[in-house]
Design a protein around this ligand. Structure first.
Ligand SMILES: Cc1cc2nc3c(=O)[nH]c(=O)nc-3n(C[C@H](O)[C@H](O)[C@H](O)COP(=O)(O)OP(=O)(O)OC[C@H]3O[C@@H](n4cnc5c(N)ncnc54)[C@H](O)[C@@H]3O)c2cc1C
Length: 380
């Protein structure tokens, strides 16, 4: 066993870090406070080969492994926390599921635009009556001459206010076995008025009023739910990596602050009460990073295991939030003000404790592994 990165991984992380310091550190604060997608960053990252890192070269990607994409998130977030979302969108989210299960037509029609950083794809799972219990989803796909009519609505979907395409979870029939997914361009969807998450990112309700979806735009037919969720574990790794990376960003800001801010005639770093905060946070961040790297490295070119992903996401979501929260405390009024990115990191990290499988749902998953049995959450 070797806990060090390989020379190639070191090289990748260094070159992405240098790119981010040069091109993304300037403007990082403004970017964090804009509700829309950072399209300029997206195009720049495409040119730099940072979109499609884990997608096959034959499909227009870089042919790398999941760990490479995790390193890219860390290196980007160290200079610009908001830009880490572009790495997520171009590598970990529904784009990866599309690349894995999509037909040649899907790839030809959508993938090249997404990999060029010109468009973004959302995943629409959550509905007003189906949040944690996602298999309760009611959006239906009813057969209709050469395709399906999709009816229903989705909420809280990341990028929904400006995405071009939605990988939409739908119900072809009854039960979990009836769930699959279709690709729907947003021009066919009625979007509600944009709302904002606590992070400032905008989302819009998506309404499907009998939208016609031709047969060839089905991604996974009924019976596809397990495959979709297996792919969704990649999204969770990206969510975990961003939590950890934003926690580290905040930690670093607070560390530098404590090295130069004086009170009572002493530097903050000389107070033991604060030193112990830093030690506790470093312990959490490093421990979470090991779980994240284990899940990502073991996935190699495939999808990560559900249990390793759940543990990694739990640890990183909690560590990232705690790190940002303690960093804010160490920085006092400066940390609580919008002139510092620390309060932004705190708001972002809070959301990832809910998105992509809440902490509670992940603990349920871990408990099933511990006891070797399932615990149905529904009443008999
Ligand atoms: C920042 C952000 C981004 C998101 N992006 C997307 C996206 O791109 N696409 C998308 O489809 N959705 C997205 N979501 C929605 C997200 O998936 C849901 O918010 C999440 O699944 C929880 O559903 P809910 O909000 O309806 O809460 P509920 O399911 O109502 O849960 C409320 C609380 O009860 C807890 N709870 C529920 N059931 C159990 C149980 N069995 N055991 C223990 N505790 C339980 C939950 O953990 C939670 O704390 C996003 C959400 C956020 C916050």
């Amino acid at each position: 066993m070797d806990f060090r990165l390989t020379p190639e991984q070191e090289q990748l992380a260094d070159s992405v870090r240098r790119f981010a310091e040069k091109h993304l550190a300037p403007g990082a604060l403004e970017r964090a406070h804009k509700p829309d997608y950072p399209w300029q960053v997206s195009r720049l990252m495409a040119q730099q080969g940072l979109l499609g890192i884990t997608i096959k070269e034959a499909d227009g990607g870089q042919g790398g492994v999941l760990m490479d994409a995790v390193l890219a998130i860390e290196a980007i977030a160290a200079s610009c926390p908001r830009s880490a979302d572009v790495v997520q969108a171009g590598n970990f989210g529904p784009i990866r599921v599309l690349a894995e299960y999509g037909s040649d037509l899907h790839k030809k029609k959508f993938l090249s635009r997404l990999l060029a950083g010109e468009g973004v794809i959302s995943v629409g799972m959550t509905e007003p009556e189906a949040g944690s219990a996602v298999t309760d989803l009611r959006t239906t796909a009813i057969p209709d001459k050469g395709g399906y009519r999709v009816r229903g609505s989705k909420i809280f979907v990341t990028h929904s206010a400006y995405a071009d395409l939605v990988l939409t979870y739908v119900r072809f029939g009854e039960g979990v076995g009836g769930i699959g997914s279709v690709l729907i361009e947003t021009k066919a969807i009625k979007r509600g008025k944009p709302s904002a998450f606590m992070s400032g990112e905008e989302w819009a309700e998506l309404h499907f009023d009998d939208v016609f979806v031709p047969e060839e735009m089905v991604l996974l037919k009924e019976g596809g739910f397990k495959k979709q969720i297996a792919g969704f574990n990649v999204e969770r790794i990206g969510n975990a990596a961003r939590s950890l990376a934003l926690g580290r960003y905040a930690f670093e800001q607070a560390r530098q602050w404590a090295l130069q801010r004086k009170q009572f005639g002493r530097l903050l770093c000389e107070f033991q009460g604060l030193q112990w905060k830093f030690a506790d946070v470093k312990l959490k961040l490093d421990a979470a990073q090991l779980l994240l790297y284990r899940a990502a490295a073991n996935a190699d070119r495939g999808f990560p295991s559900a249990e390793e992903t759940a543990l990694a996401k739990l640890a990183c979501n909690q560590a990232g939030f705690d790190a940002a929260n303690e960093a804010l405390q160490v920085m006092g009024g400066t940390g609580y003000s919008q002139g510092s990115l620390v309060e932004y990191c705190l708001r972002r990290c809070r959301g990832w404790m809910i998105a992509g499988g809440s902490l509670e749902m992940l603990k349920n998953r871990v408990a099933e592994g511990i006891f070797g049995r399932s615990f149905p959450q529904r009443p008999e």
